[in-house]
Design a binder for this molecule. Sequence first.
Ligand code: ATP
Ligand code: MG
Ligand code: MG
Length: 356
Amino acid sequence: AATIGIIGGGQLGRMLAIAAARLNFRIIILEPQADCPAAQLANRQIVAAYDDPAALSELAAACDLVTYEFENVPVAAAETLAARVPVYPPAKALEAAQDRLVEKRFLNGCGISTARFHAIDSQAELEAALQDFGGQGVLKTRRLGYDGKGQKVFRSAADSPDGAYAALGGVPLILESFIAFEREVSIIAARATDGAVVCFDPAENVHRNGILHTSTVPAAIPPATADAARRSAEKILAALNYVGVIGIEFFVLADGSLIANEMAPRVHNSGHWTEAACVVSQFEQHIRAVAGLPLGNAERHSDCVMQNLIGDDILAVPDWLRRADTLVHLYGKSEWRPGRKMGHVTTLTPKSPISP
Ligand code: ATP
Ligand code: MG
Ligand code: MG
């Protein structure tokens, strides 16, 4: 059987490994943490840093292709591997997604609207940029933020910027204009090696404490908005000569227009619903895409709500298991901590005939 290497051993790697096994692939993961969620499902784990030269060489020798489950794979590591074995999505996608400044410029270059933004490299630049945005904005680290970490929101001119540059670590930052969105949606799309693109239906996402809480499908958006999300995905995938699944987050304004927030060159938490409401999940779709297989049918057969099980939400699993309408998926993490993603549940309802 062909062997797929996955960089990263978290729950996304675990779910990719499950999907890959069902299509007869062997999986080798590269992950420094020995006791990781994907370890239990992979055929083999190389326990080493993501940029360890010996480990990369071992991975390239052992795999027919390599993919990844997180967007912070060192670009140099992806390029080292790519010299020896196909790496999908391409390293260019990592570059575009790892730095919020590069990402926004890339999206704007594709003709896709984002929040306005200023690069911030000092407290003085922050103060000038905030003034330009009338005292409102969202300050974020350019790199490595997730689940709303490394961010500070300025709601009005009354929110003082004093010390904010240092408080976010004195690293390169970006100030985004504050978007008064009506809702948030995301689209999960896949591009095959032959350039074919298949999109899942957009999901509507609700966050709690900066962490995704629920994804609901269909999203309460007009068909034209859903089409616009698909068209944006197509532009992004084509521009990157992309292979694999991507997740793209958007803000929806009151007039139905979209502002792109960020993209993740990988399977995405807001796409977990696909395993319950579609014949082919985002995980299988990604494996199909990178392995050069035909993309699967992304049509949903049911409406659904996916809810993350965060921290002690895990204690409610016995109740979820009693429900006939709910698929439970746990990540094999031995202990829960506040804010830690432990699993998710997807509750199905019959597909509404009028929904997009
Ligand atoms: P993720 O876990 O999705 O990777 P992240 O840490 O990368 O999150 P973002 O997605 O950039 O962070 O922002 C987190 C949330 O903060 C968004 O989903 C949105 O609710 C809010 N937010 C971010 N940027 C803005 C903005 N410019 N205007 C208004 N709200 C924003
Ligand atoms: Mg993010
Ligand atoms: Mg986000």
